[in-house]
Design a protein around this ligand. Structure first.
Ligand code: GMT
Length: 375
């Protein structure tokens, strides 16, 4: 028997950041599977392709009213979610990142009353690891988690950290992130030719460059590589790079590193790359790492947070901060194209088996059906 499509409201950040990217991919997959999906955010999420059947976007205006001493987003978000929940009779809200989305969902649910949508909250990382320990936010996050109908975390590592920080009595289900590679618009050769990189080993790094990404260690790993003359590091930056300019000069890497800001479409760079380099001190999951291996590229990265769950033993992982070991790992790939190919292919196969949309999206659908049935 064909199951009834659901009406799902998704609240997320619209920026280049793992939680918004995952929420956008999930919404698109759900719409492709016949559900009606309503996005709420202050801007159209960067990877949200509209128009698409079953996908709707509701822009939330940040209230910069002259009456208020500072702008407010949470209340307009809650009001928009409540209005759409009523007019479209939404079955559930799936909110990504607890603050402010889970709080806005709780408030929207109170506004709507007994017929309110169920609430599924997905924790992505810093909403637990940083904000969960911040006394200005902790109580509010705990409230939202207790009042959600289901809470998920993107890795076992984040699940156990959340339990440790909040000591919740409720279960938290681990539903890992997923990714679907797209066919790039330009070929690998074209991109490499444009960069003048035909004979170089292209190392890719994609992140928002926040302090947790440890861009200092990223640059120091490249500086330690024996093969630095053959290597180019390409950084797809979702945040400002200025802070790292002095270090770039200090390490003599000016000609080795290229930075491009705010690139929403990354497929062609992933295809053009030879490996990924990620030196975060913590990642609850590491969606960029998953994206990299989905293109058959090996990664050099540290054994922190949820990264071992993503990579398994398909690539060697290094102790956090050991840039000498990471540089040696990178050198092994530069010096042996067959090793790079083998590790890349092994990681791709593992990613496909464990983190494809077909494997993960049905787990969210099953969870939705459970919470809706428990109304
Ligand atoms: O990594 C970031 O700084 C962005 C952040 C976010 O919430 O958008 O990413 C977190 O969520 C991603 C998607 O689930 C995970 O892949 C990232 O590992 C996680 N970041 C951290 O834990 C630092």
């Amino acid at each position: 028997m064909k199951s009834v499509p659901l009406k799902i409201g998704i609240a997320c950040f619209p920026l280049i950041g793992g939680s918004g990217i995952l929420a956008t991919a999930l919404g698109s997959e759900l719409a492709r599977r016949g559900h009606e999906v309503y996005f709420f955010s202050y801007a159209q999420p960067v990877r949200l392709d509209l128009p698409q059947e079953g996908l709707h976007f509701h822009r939330v205006e940040v209230a910069d009213n002259a009456l208020f001493p500072c702008p407010d987003y949470t209340l307009p978000l809650a009001v928009k979610m409540a209005e759409v929940a009523r007019s479209q009779q939404l079955d559930l809200f799936h909110v990504h990142y607890a603050v402010p989305h889970a709080l806005a969902a709780c408030l929207a649910s109170q506004i709507v009353g007994p017929s309110a949508p169920r609430i599924v909250t997905t924790l992505h990382g810093s909403d637990t690891t940083l904000l969960g320990q911040d006394p200005d936010y902790r109580t509010a996050i705990e409230h939202a988690l207790v009042h959600s109908d289901a809470v998920t975390a993107v890795s076992e590592s984040l699940r156990s950290q959340t339990q440790e920080i909040f000591r919740l009595e409720r279960p938290i289900e681990v539903i890992p992130n997923f990714f679907t590679p797209n066919k790039p618009k330009r070929s690998r050769e074209e991109v490499r030719r444009d960069f003048g990189l035909t004979d170089k080993f292209l190392v890719l790094h994609m992140s928002n460059l926040r302090p947790v990404k440890r861009i200092d260690l990223l640059l120091r790993t490249i500086a330690k590589s024996k093969n630095r003359a053959r290597v180019r590091l390409f950084i797809l930056a979702g945040g400002p790079f200025d802070t790292y300019e002095p270090l770039l000069d200090q390490l003599g890497l000016r000609d080795v590193v290229m930075v491009r800001q705010n690139t929403a479409v990354v497929d062609e760079y992933l295809e053009a790359a030879d490996a990924g380099l990620y030196t975060s001190e913590y990642e609850s999951f590491g969606l960029s790492i998953l994206e990299t291996v989905f293109y058959g590229k090996p990664v050099v990265t540290f054994r922190v947070g949820g990264i071992p769950e993503v990579i398994g033993d398909s690539c060697p992982l290094y102790p956090f901060g050991d840039v000498t070991a990471a540089a040696a790992g990178l050198d092994a790939l530069v010096e042996s194209p067959s090793l790079a190919r083998e590790l890349g292919e092994r990681s791709r196969k593992r990613a496909l088996e464990k983190f494809s949309a077909d494997r993960i999206v049905p787990r969210y659908e099953a969870l939705y059906r459970r919470v809706v049935a428990s109304r």
